[in-house]
Design a protein around this ligand. Structure first.
Ligand code: AMP
Ligand code: MG
Length: 493
């Protein structure tokens, strides 16, 4: 008996761009696909019927079976990696199945990651293994639950094949969903070749797809630069407000849609220190926690460089106006960040002293090696009850610094507009109880590699509700024990 055709109702737009933007490819079949995890809620959001998909899920999400209407492609791009320009990268282990229009009318890419070689694989095998696949699944879904723009995870399968890295590892494929997979590096690819017809076609595509309100603008390419800058200022501020370190902010890992993409070596801070780096390959700390806003601006300057030649006939004028946008990034970032930090410490109003109040808390946290997430979470209760201060003091190696700060904080709260109940609710909805703690993530992945996906499922379920206290799982809020420091992440996907 043959199973019925599966139709995703793709509405592909990227392939209406000239052929030099992509290559038609098909996933390389795998030996023995098995479904590890499937995101029912996301499937439903995409307008895909989970009941129809699920029986065929191992075949579909491994690429062994294509939806009847799929016309898969691999996209080409370039990028600055650790500051060095690589003129040709591209989807080396990813294949775009197609674009669907979701239940909210939004266009979403559905991509298989780890589905075999493409013309852009260079020396790579086009494959992924289970650890990084589940890591991206957990981390990206956790970011989504925190309300941070991100690509999503629809499914993870194992392939039944061995992937060779430093050792043999179980192969796996992630199905990633994104507003688009267009990166700053996609613009750089064409700009570096002097192919400004392509840059313009891409800019028009991105405007229509992500910024339709700007299409009628007389200065639409300049407006595009400004809009992407705005979204990245917001995004990176949101990262900084939860202690997220992306780890590999190369221009090929930065979307123009403003979604977080590429979860290779990312990790959340424990003790607050802007110099924190987890990635084993980031030797010089280029992508350290505190450097992320500067790096985002540097990356946006690369986008500006690609767009300036199509902005207006007067190149000098275009250059000056684009440069003004990039120089405006710190102010835009700071505004989003300050708004968020005010909320984190329970302020509903603005006062001049707030900046110093916030900076002094962070300085005390850094000097006292206080855990970032726990400090802000415990401030929630402390904002309405000074009797809980001991739960905060124990987080600081120098509690006196916290005590001194708390006196100023409470004086400021006295002048604020929020009621206690409002403040508590607002703080608890912005300071998560649970983040993907590095040691918990590692333990969940380790168990999954041994065939037990229970810890992964527990962690995923917990991270879907990061704001709720869960007494039975209270230890999941704790930072790693000192025996597990320092933590390192690896790109080796
Ligand atoms: P990343 O550092 O993960 O952003 O990847 C950088 C580039 O290397 C991208 O163009 C990837 O498609 C490519 N790449 C990474 N891993 C592989 C692999 N196993 N096989 C082929 N290409 C890969
Ligand atoms: Mg990448």
């Amino acid at each position: 008996m043959t199973s019925p055709p599966i139709i995703f109702h793709f509405h592909n737009s990227y392939q209406t761009l000239p052929e030099r933007f992509y290559t038609r490819v098909v996933p390389v079949p795998v030996a023995d696909p098995r479904l590890i995890v499937f995101n029912h809620a996301l499937a439903d959001e995409l307008g895909l019927d989970p009941a129809i998909l699920e029986p065929s899920a191992p075949d579909l999400f491994s690429g062994n079976r294509l939806p009847t209407d799929a016309a898969p492609i691999a996209m080409v791009y370039a990028g600055h990696q650790f500051g060095h320009f690589v003129p040709r990268l591209g989807d080396g282990r990813a294949i775009l199945l197609g674009e669907v229009i979701d239940r909210n009318g939004k266009r979403r890419d559905i991509q298989l990651k780890g589905s075999g070689k493409t013309p852009y694989s260079r020396q790579g095998d086009g494959r992924a293994w289970l650890g990084p696949v589940l890591r991206e699944y957990l981390l990206s879904e956790a970011m989504h639950a925190l309300g941070i723009p991100t690509t999503r995870a629809l499914a993870a399968v194992t392939t039944g094949e061995i992937v060779r890295r430093e050792q043999p590892l179980p192969g796996a494929i992630l199905t990633r969903v994104a507003a688009s997979h267009i990166r700053i590096g996609t613009f750089e690819y064409f700009a570096a070749r002097g192919d400004y017809h392509a840059v313009q076609a891409l800019a028009d595509h991105v405007l229509a797809r992500h910024f339709p309100d700007l299409v009628p603008e007389h200065d639409r390419y300049w407006a595009l630069l400004q809009a992407v800058t705005e979204r990245q200022a917001y995004l990176v501020a949101r990262w900084m407000l939860v202690g997220f370190i992306h780890g590999v902010m190369n221009t090929d890992n930065m979307t123009v849609s403003g979604e977080t993409i590429d979860y290779g070596p990312c990790a959340f801070l424990d003790a607050y220190d802007p110099a924190t780096v987890f990635s084993s390959i980031d030797t010089w700390g280029r992508y350290a926690f505190g450097k992320q806003p500067d790096i985002a601006a540097w990356n946006l300057a690369r986008l500006a460089g690609a767009l300036i030649p199509i902005m207006e006939p007067d190149n000098q004028n275009a250059r000056e106006r684009a440069s003004a946008v990039i120089h405006g990034f710190p102010a835009r970032f700071t505004q989003y960040w300050l708004e968020g930090m005010r909320r984190k410490i329970g302020l509903g109003s603005c006062a001049e002293e707030d900046v110093a109040l916030i900076q002094d808390l962070l300085a005390a946290m850094q000097a006292g090696a206080a855990d970032f997430t726990l400090t802000f979470r415990r401030l929630c209760a402390a904002s309405v009850n000074a009797g809980t201060d001991e739960t905060l003091r124990v987080l600081f190696t120098q509690p006196a610094a916290f005590d001194a700060w708390a006196v100023r904080w409470r004086a400021r709260l006295q002048q604020d507009t929020l009621s206690d109940a409002e403040r508590l609710a607002s703080m608890r909805a912005t300071n998560p109880a649970y983040i993907p703690r590095n040691h918990r993530v590692e333990a969940a992945l380790e168990a999954a590699l041994q065939g037990d996906t229970g810890p992964f499922e527990t962690l995923l379920a917990l991270l879907r509700h990061p704001w709720d206290d869960r007494p039975a799982l209270a230890e999941y809020a704790d930072p790693p024990p000192p025996s597990q420091w320092p933590f390192q992440t690896f790109c080796g996907t």
